[in-house]
Unconditional design. Structure first.
Length: 499
């Protein structure tokens, strides 16, 4: 066959040389393809029978699966009420019902729950083949088998929900109907307890946070105590208030002492001036001279005696009268009155003034000493107050950190106790989760043998046809005269049978 058979060849192209092969696109119709496929029936039959036998054999190995059914009613519970760990923002907020149902579905789908179910029922009961593999001596064989069992259980478990409906429907498929029901019931029972640890067990984070704050509080207390000890302070606030009161008291005492000192210094000056004006000694008493009086008395007695012998105008009597008159005149004008003995003594006024002066001087000295001591004490108190004022910023930082940590420890302790109480109450009641239907061993199972057989036969037939078509299209030559005429675009004048 040459390229001259193509009518679309350019007339100016060089003529093909002898021996050159030209590839042409064979044009088939339905009759040609059917005829060609019929020629390849041995190949197609072989492929069909081989694949069909394999597919049917595989279908016959499939076991009947029994789906156990169960359902759970989910309502809003205390565990979904938002309780913030810190502060009161959004306290009491609750999610929508669909969100609650979705949360419960996620808990039911968790691999940890399935591991609990496998541990409760036993790997040998659920998946004996995996249990035999788990008994292998290879390291990690058991964990690998459990992981495969969890994956197989995940495939066999179906969880269905409907929007707006608070019901979760569960289905678990197993080759043993009793095991299917037992597994699903165990899953539901363990789910009721497991969900508490997921939703209600918030005590551990609170306890961890409380312990963290307690450790920080211990460090803050140590720093606080070291600060007080290094600065010789027992109670900062009490000492600060005590120093303020002490300073006010000392100032008041000093003012009173200074005022009293001024007063007593004035009195001392007055007493010192009075001491110079008072005589230290005074006369206590003195005796009078009674000789003239005694002489007068004696003369009068003598006159009386003379009158008994003489007349009043007698010369002896007149002489006595003259003497008496002279004595009386002298006594009367004091010329004959002489001083007797005189005694002197200390002036009591001087003594009193001097004693007051000495006492006042002592009081002045005492007040001066007291004023100096008070001034020193005020200075010491002021220095201590200045020292406390310098230390107060550091004390405030330490005290503030300590107070905040104490408040945090107290708050988290309260929240921890509340969480424990709420968890304890929730463990005793599951009012928001109700098991509507428990699983029972299913009577009728589901088998995939027929669908797999049908699918295997269809796939075998399709593969056989594909193999025949491949053989047809790969076979060289033109299958018929009509195909040659269509392909070469030339009329076929005659045909000859193959020899």
């Amino acid at each position: 066959m040459t390229s001259a058979a193509w009518p679309s060849q350019t007339p100016y192209a060089a003529p093909p040389r002898a021996g050159d092969a030209v590839r042409v696109r064979v044009r088939y119709d339905a009759a040609d393809i059917a005829a060609l496929l019929w020629r390849e029936w041995p190949l197609m039959l072989t492929v069909f029978l081989g694949l069909a036998v394999l597919g049917v054999g595989f279908a016959l190995t499939l076991k009947t699966a029994y789906p156990a059914q169960s359902s759970i009613l989910v309502r809003l519970g205390q565990e979904y009420v938002y309780q913030p760990s810190v502060g009161d923002a959004a306290r009491g907020a609750v999610p929508e019902n669909d969100q609650v149902v979705q949360s419960e579905v996620e808990i039911l789908s968790s691999p940890q729950l399935k591991q609990l179910v496998i541990g409760r029922i036993g790997l040998a009961t659920l998946y004996p083949s995996l249990a035999r593999a788990a008994n292998s001596s290879e390291p990690g064989a058991r964990q690998e088998a459990i992981d495969k069992a969890v994956g197989a259980m995940q495939k066999s478990l179906k969880i269905d929900t409907a929007p707006g409906a608070p019901v979760v429907r569960l289905s678990f498929t197993h080759t043993d109907p009793a095991v299917a029901a037992q597994t699903l019931n165990t899953l539901v029972d363990l789910y009721v307890g497991y969900r508490r640890t997921v939703l209600l067990d918030q005590t551990q984070p609170l306890e961890d946070q409380r312990r963290t704050f307690e450790a920080r509080l211990a460090q803050a207390d140590e720093a606080y105590e070291n600060f007080l000890g290094s600065n010789n302070i027992g109670d900062f606030e009490a000492e600060k208030a005590s120093l303020a009161q002490l300073q006010a008291s000392l100032q008041q005492q000093k003012f009173a002492a200074d005022a009293s000192l001024k007063e007593k210094q004035g009195r001392l000056a007055a007493l010192s001036a009075q001491v110079g004006q008072v005589a230290p000694e005074v006369g206590l008493y003195h005796d009078l001279d009674h000789q003239a009086q005694d002489k007068l008395t004696e003369l009068k007695v003598q006159r009386g005696a003379l009158l008994s012998r003489y007349r009043p105008d007698a010369q002896p009597v007149r002489d006595l009268d003259n003497q008496i008159a002279a004595l009386e005149k002298g006594i009367g004008d004091g010329s004959l009155q002489g001083e007797g003995a005189r005694r002197m003594g200390v002036n009591p006024v001087y003594q009193t003034v001097q004693a007051d002066r000495l006492q006042m001087a002592a009081e002045v000295a005492a007040l001066q000493q007291s004023s100096r001591v008070l001034a020193q004490q005020i200075e010491q108190v002021t220095e201590r107050q200045l020292r406390l004022a310098q230390l107060e910023p550091q004390y405030q930082d330490l005290s503030r950190d300590r107070d905040v940590l104490q408040s945090n420890v107290r708050d988290f302790t309260v929240k921890e106790q509340q969480s424990q109480a709420a968890a304890a109450i929730a463990r005793q009641s599951n009012d928001n989760i109700s098991i509507v239907q428990r699983a029972t061993p299913p009577v009728q199972g589901k088998s995939l043998k027929r669908p797999v057989m049908l699918l295997a036969i269809l796939m075998a037939a399709f593969t056989a046809v594909c193999a025949g078509l491949v053989r047809v299209f790969l076979r060289p030559g033109l299958p018929s005269a009509a195909s040659a005429s269509r392909t070469l675009d030339l009329p076929i004048l005659a045909t000859a049978a193959a020899k």
